[in-house]
Design a protein around this ligand. Structure first.
Ligand code: ATP
Ligand code: PAU
Ligand code: K
Length: 238
């Protein structure tokens, strides 16, 4: 049994692989994950991808080595499984993005794709059906947009609320909630629009990440939400 770990900036996500089958994803803080570690002493190997502080990964590394458990850190490559990175300096691209791209390419090899990972940040990656990454965007996540507003203003605030449909708001709280979600959603539309009339015109949008299913629900476009896209990418390395 293998343990797959995706270390983000807010949460650690992990899943088990048993007989090539991915378990459901769990998530927790790095602090809670370290408390859980001893319960994984029966696994044969670990695959880890991190875009966060290396100290956490180093602790897992040390623990695995002390128990003779193999540990394989993943990193972004110039090319993986024939998929070619567009970055001038590929190693600076977050490995979570690269794994999401590889997961999407595995699931939909015949379409031009836009991969949107909506977490702490929202990343956009365009991958064409010839396995060429065409570039992307990084924007603040919905929570981060709101936090930036609260931090830099005196009278702007918001309460957490469920959004039914995207529209204009008539209270401060609704203005913030609807504004930030609409901004994220508009960026998805904008990314699709930007590829129109190019050779990599997007045929499918794939959402993942903590806020991905909500963005999928709120948007008015044909899209697919895949909660374990990064793990599907990781599985290709096993
Ligand atoms: N069930 C959920 N659990 C945790 N976060 C959730 C959930 N639903 C929505 N979210 C939101 O998703 C965001 C976290 O997304 P994600 O789980 O992709 O985190 P992350 O991996 O730490 O982010 P990143 O990888 O971008 O650093 C938070 O802003 C949170 O508000
Ligand atoms: C953008 C995030 C934070 C999303 O998790 C991560 O992919 C990251 O730290 N990336 C490094 C910068 C880049 O991808 O160009
Ligand atoms: K992520």
């Amino acid at each position: 049994m293998e343990l797959l770990i995706d270390v983000g900036n807010t949460l650690v996500k992990y899943a088990l692989l048993e007989n090539k089958q991915l378990s459901k994803i769990n998530h927790c803080s790095t602090f809670d994950f370290l408390k859980l570690l001893s319960s994984f002493d029966h696994i044969s190997s670990i695959v880890i991808a991190s875009v966060s502080n290396p100290i956490f990964s180093q602790e897992i590394h040390a623990w695995a080595e002390s128990l003779d458990i193999q540990i394989k850190p993943l990193s972004t490559e110039a090319e993986s499984f024939g998929v070619k990175n567009s970055y001038e300096n590929y190693s600076t691209m977050g490995v979570d993005r690269w794994l999401a791209v590889l997961g999407a390419q595995y699931l939909y090899p015949k379409e031009n794709l836009l991969i949107v990972d909506a977490g702490t940040a929202i990343t956009f990656d365009v991958l064409d059906k010839y396995k060429q990454h065409q570039g992307g965007w990084i924007v603040p996540g919905v929570d981060m947009m709101m936090q930036a507003l609260f931090k830099n203003t005196e009278k702007v605030f918001a309460e957490q609320s469920e959004i039914d449909v995207l529209k204009f708001g008539k209270t401060t709280s609704d203005n913030v909630n609807l504004g930030c979600w609409s901004t994220a959603s508009a960026a998805v539309h904008g990314a699709v629009e930007m590829t129109k009339n190019t050779e990599h015109s997007v045929e499918r949008v794939i959402f993942t990440g903590g806020n991905g299913s909500e963005l999928n629900r709120l948007g008015q476009f044909k899209a697919t939400y895949i909660d374990n896209l990064v793990f599907i990418g990781m599985k290709r390395f096993l």
